[in-house]
Design a protein around this ligand. Structure first.
Ligand code: NAP
Length: 471
């Protein structure tokens, strides 16, 4: 966002970061095996391509290095204030200014605010009875304890989602014994991961057009995956067949195979990509436990059939508190309206980026902007461009308020929810995409290209503009 604002000539920017370093999810998710399951050539900005990715799916360390490179190359450090935990946002409608309250008492005032706090940033421990009773070591996947020595330790992993399938193969190499507690088996597809040869990097450096071409090819390939992942189509059946073949090829034991076979449509939950998860589960020092967890005890985990499994350490790969029915901190808009209350039954916005009654506020990864099949950064880039256009308008026209109209927002959401009804996400499984009552407020029901196209224009007819002088 800061790069794009800078390039549009807007330099009066402040970035409020609650941690003490940049990197977001790639700073926090440093568990062994952490990597992106979107190819690096697509999981990077089109305006800052990196010809030196070491693998097709680079690890978290390399992605973090890329973010550090962006900060230094685009000279962003002067804008960033670390250890600034925002505790509230308040719109002063007389002055047309947002007030951001910071923990400790400071306030920052701004003509416009971009929310870029990330939907998957607050790690959660599950609501399991006895959680506080357990006396051993606990680690959350997104807050890894790099000082803990796993050798000879009895370790439990709770969860078998995208984080867990990356952690388990590495943990099995390090720990004495690993028990994996699975509640729902996911669809696992092979990951076409390979090292980038030196000649390939040299080619990208010398002829950047070749990297552009690869990026475009990856983009189109991922776009076609939408037909399998988002909607129920013949391609969905093919993807499921590949998943079953992958399982059969890697797991010979029929009972284990049955335990690992998903009972929901592919795409409904996030598709997992791994070549080493199934082999890791079959190592002599690893065991899959499918009995439901009843409670945690002082020593470990008690499962529903009454067995107590004792552990030195429990790894929680149990995901994040995704703000689907509220906001990460109180946000107060026009007339004292509170976004937390308005979103109590599910978040909604206009084109995922603006909310009626909260002028000059732009969301990144706002409601219904999540991708299931393509790079998040493709969606992100179109949000950044849109926000720049909006902010430029506020500054150029000296607007006190640029506020989306409530009826435009309502019409947008009606259409989005109607399209979501026929997607695989809404086909009956439970996932972090849905609210408790099954409302999908996270995913965008379409191709990335459709999303980007709708973000290309800021339709003035859908906004109320209030000039500064006019009051
Ligand atoms: P997640 O997908 O929410 O998975 C959480 C896991 O914990 C699930 O297997 C869930 O089981 C299990 N779980 C939760 N509460 C439980 C309980 N009380 N008892 C037993 N099991 C419980 O979290 P995640 O794996 O951290 O991934 C979150 C998201 O981060 C992903 O969907 C993806 O968007 C992103 N991510 C991306 C990458 C990447 O490579 N790009 C890597 C990691 C994560 P159920 O399925 O039964 O609920």
């Amino acid at each position: 966002m800061a790069i794009q604002l800078q390039q549009a000539g807007i330099r009066d920017i402040v970035i409020l970061e609650r941690a003490d370093a940049v990197g977001g999810t790639w700073r926090d998710n440093r568990y062994p095996g952490a990597a992106c399951d979107i190819p690096s050539n697509l999981y990077s900005y089109s305006f800052a391509q990196n010809p030196n990715w070491s693998r097709s799916f680079s690890g978290s360390g390399e992605i973090l290095d890329y973010i550090h490179y962006l900060v230094s190359h685009f000279n962003l450090a002067p804008y960033i204030r670390f250890k600034q935990n925002v505790t509230g946002l308040n719109f002063d409608e007389n002055a047309g200014l947002w007030h951001a309250s910071i923990e400790g008492g400071d306030t920052v005032r701004a003509r416009a605010v971009v929310m870029a706090q990330g939907p998957l940033s607050n790690a959660i421990f599950p609501d399991i009875a006895g959680l506080e009773k357990y006396k051993g070591h606990t680690i959350h996947s997104a807050r890894w304890d790099h000082d803990y020595d796993f050798s000879n330790k009895r370790v439990a992993v709770i969860g078998t989602g995208a984080s867990a399938v990356q952690i388990i193969p590495e943990l099995v190499k390090q720990a004495g014994f690993v028990k994996v507690f699975q509640r729902t088996p996911g669809w696992v597809l092979p990951r076409p991961d390979f090292e980038t040869p030196e000649w390939n990097k040299a080619l990208f450096r010398k002829f950047p057009g070749t990297q552009d071409a690869l990026r475009k090819a990856l983009y189109v390939t991922h776009e076609s995956m939408a037909l399998a992942v988002i909607w129920n189509s013949p391609l969905t059946r093919i993807a499921e067949r590949i998943g079953r073949l992958h399982l059969r090829r890697q797991v010979k034991d029929r009972w284990l195979r049955r335990q690992l076979t998903p009972d929901f449509r592919i795409g409904c939950k996030r598709v997992l990509l791994s070549n080493d998860y199934y082999p890791a589960l079959q190592q002599p020092n690893c065991k899959l436990v499918t009995w439901p967890i009843d409670r945690l005890s002082e020593q470990g985990i008690r499962t529903a059939e009454g067995i107590e499994h004792q552990f030195d350490c429990i790894v929680f790969a149990t995901g994040f508190d995704v703000c689907k029915t509220g906001t990460p901190f109180p946000i107060t808009g026009l007339g004292g309206r509170a976004l937390h209350d308005e979103w109590a039954r599910g978040a909604q916005a206009y084109k995922s980026i603006n909310v009626a009654g909260y002028p000059n506020l732009f969301l990144t990864f706002g409601p219904n902007s999540g991708p299931g099949h393509n790079s998040a950064l493709v969606y992100m880039e179109s949000q950044l461009d849109y926000a720049v256009r909006g902010i430029q308008k506020i500054l150029d026209e000296d607007l006190k308020m640029l506020d989306v109209k409530a009826d435009a927002q309502a019409a947008h959401n009606k259409a989005i929810q109607a399209r979501l009804a026929n997607t695989n996400w809404n086909s009956g499984c439970k996932s972090w995409y849905l609210t408790e009552d099954g409302h999908n407020v996270t995913m965008y029901p379409g191709f990335a290209t459709q999303y980007a196209l709708q973000m290309r224009t800021l339709d003035e007819a859908d906004y109320r503009r209030t000039p500064m002088a006019g009051g």
